[in-house]
Design a protein around this ligand. Structure first.
Ligand SMILES: [Zn+2]
Length: 459
């Protein structure tokens, strides 16, 4: 009998199916046979009753045959329960009222004792139609019993889900390797635990692991998003025990780009700058910082810009190259190619002028402009400088100004400023630091600023 399992979209059912696929070395859920599941039942009952695992079962299947102290033969009772489910297995139909697969009818209801994050049967009004549990068919309930094999411990438990089933399998394979190691050493410690307690950092760690497992794989061809269900299923309050963390595919692709790029070490420096701490942290020792909040990660997940982390303003230098920045701006921020090209060309012209005239003041003015009007006026001064210096090509056309430099005027000016500053640092850093004379101008600049202010008039 095959065609029993199929992906359902339910994270716990699908995690169980993924675990079975990896343990059985199979490709598709539909390929799993019922007799193969029977063999796996032995494996999980054995594992779940080992000390390190049994402890975790309290927060996955509370009050179950596995954890209830009144049950003496835990292994025997749980095996009986699994075999009961197995005996009720039927092939996928065309319809049914199971809330996970919708392809079979439920035979009985399940509570959080067998299915995490449902409810207890005392709360009848918690379940639809006032029933005493959730309507899962026996096959989906059986699949869920395998899901702990690939849970990850990060403080609470993590159930990982991805639209890209290959990514899920790469992750599940890591869990299998981890459990195989426990079996070989007879040291049973429970679900994979690498010392993460911060779920956002755990998400980036797991995604990075998936990416790097196939170093040369072209992740850019797939759309891969990763979702973490971060949960506990304790029988006690707090009831509110689920958080969801999403990594959208454009962030996953960017991470894959960054980790496989020749500048990956620079990217790691950018990440390190993102850790938030009130005291000085030793960034050589990962154990010391891995659970601190990271502003770069959090911004990426919130859809906010991390452009500021790509430059070191105190040293006037960039941490990554323009092409890296370009990928980020296009892939993650959705910036038009033509806009980036124009900003780059204009910045290069400004850099050329600053070098030719030795006028670092203009750089300072561009850096410190606080409003759209102020910034525009500095650009006007640059245009004037260029005409005085005999440059013939205009800095930009009206068309370029309106379409590409400040397409939304006030709304987009800050992003344009940040990009121009980035490119100026990239072009000028060596010149600024390698030239003694320039250093003096930089230092003597403060007093000149006063005079310059008169030049800044507003429209
Ligand atoms: Zn089902």
């Amino acid at each position: 009998m095959n065609n029993i399992f199929t992906y359902t979209g339910n994270p716990f059912v699908d995690a169980g199916i993924t675990a079975m696929l990896v343990w059985l070395g199979k490709e598709k859920p539909e390929d799993i046979e019922d007799y193969e599941v029977k063999n796996l039942i032995d494996e999980i009952t054995d594992l779940y009753t080992k000390d390190g695992w049994n402890k975790i079962m309290y927060s996955i299947f509370p009050n179950s045959k596995l954890t209830n102290p009144s049950v003496k033969d835990k292994k025997g009772e749980y095996t009986k329960f699994l075999n009961e489910l197995l005996s009720e297995v039927t092939v996928l139909g065309n319809g049914g009222n199971c809330i996970a697969c919708g392809r079979r009818n439920y035979k009985r209801q399940f509570t959080k004792t067998q299915v995490p994050l449902t409810g207890t049967s005392d709360f009848i009004n918690f379940f639809s139609y006032g029933k005493e549990g959730a309507d899962y068919c026996s096959v989906c309930a059986l699949a869920i019993q395998f899901s702990p094999l690939i849970f990850y411990k990060a403080g609470n438990l993590v159930c990982l889900q991805s639209n890209n089933k290959e990514a899920e399998k790469i992750y599940a394979n890591k869990c299998k390797t981890f459990i195989d190691m426990q079996k070989a050493t007879k040291n049973y410690t429970g679900c994979n635990d690498e010392g993460y307690t911060n779920p956002v950092n755990a998400l980036f760690h797991l995604a990075s692991d998936i990416i790097l497992t196939y170093d040369r794989r072209d992740w850019q061809k797939d759309n891969t998003n990763i979702r973490l269900y971060y949960f506990t299923n304790f029988n006690q309050p707090p009831i509110d025990n689920l958080s969801i963390f999403d990594m959208p595919d454009k962030i996953f692709k960017f991470l894959a780009y960054a980790l496989q790029h020749e500048e990956k070490d620079n990217w790691k420096k950018v990440i390190k700058r993102g850790y938030i701490s009130t005291k000085k942290v030793n960034l050589e020792d990962e154990e010391k910082y891995k659970n601190l909040r990271n502003d770069v990660y959090e911004r990426l997940l919130r859809g906010e810009s991390i452009l500021g982390y790509f430059v070191d303003t105190s040293e006037r230098k960039t941490l990554v190259g323009w092409s890296f920045l370009e990928y980020y701006m296009k892939g993650v921020r959705g910036l038009e190619e033509k806009r980036l090209e124009t900003i780059k060309r204009v910045s290069d012209d400004i850099a050329e002028l600053i070098k030719a005239k030795g006028n670092v003041r203009r750089l300072t003015q561009l850096e410190t402009a606080k409003t759209y009007g102020e910034f525009r006026n500095v650009l006007r001064l640059v245009i004037k400088d260029r005409i005085n210096a005999g440059f013939e090509r205009p800095l930009f056309t009206i068309d370029e100004y309106e379409k590409y430099l400040f397409p939304e005027g006030n709304l987009s000016w800050k992003e344009t400023q940040d990009l121009i500053i980035f490119r100026l640092y990239e072009q000028l850093h060596n010149w600024l630091t390698g030239n003694e004379e320039i250093k003096e101008i930089v230092i003597g600049e403060e007093s000149d600023n006063e005079i310059e202010k008169e030049e800044l008039s507003y429209e």
